[in-house]
Design a protein around this ligand. Sequence first.
Ligand code: ZN
Length: 112
Amino acid sequence: MEMHWASRDRQHLEQAIWRHLTEPSGPGKPGSARRAGSGNAYAFDLWIAHLALVEQVLELAPIPWQELRAEELDGLLLLRAARERFRREYYPCAECGAPVKGKICPRCGAVS
Ligand SMILES: [Zn+2]
């Protein structure tokens, strides 16, 4: 199963999570998998979606962390660390909400 190895490739998962945060691809936009030009990115997208789901479920119904699979716990920690880094380095564009790291929005070109 594709997700299986995606969950264990920690280094690339970390990079994929970072792309997921900094290059949001909504339903109407081409996915990051296609941009990356490989089916591998798709497996990471699936795994990240799974981690996000687990995170939401945990907020509704907390379970002991011991009950999570090791790779889920690991993934959740990576996701959390990436979000914290993201909050330090980026801010949302006042015009369109896209993540911006400098002064010019990469999506709409607004200058802050
Ligand atoms: Zn913008």
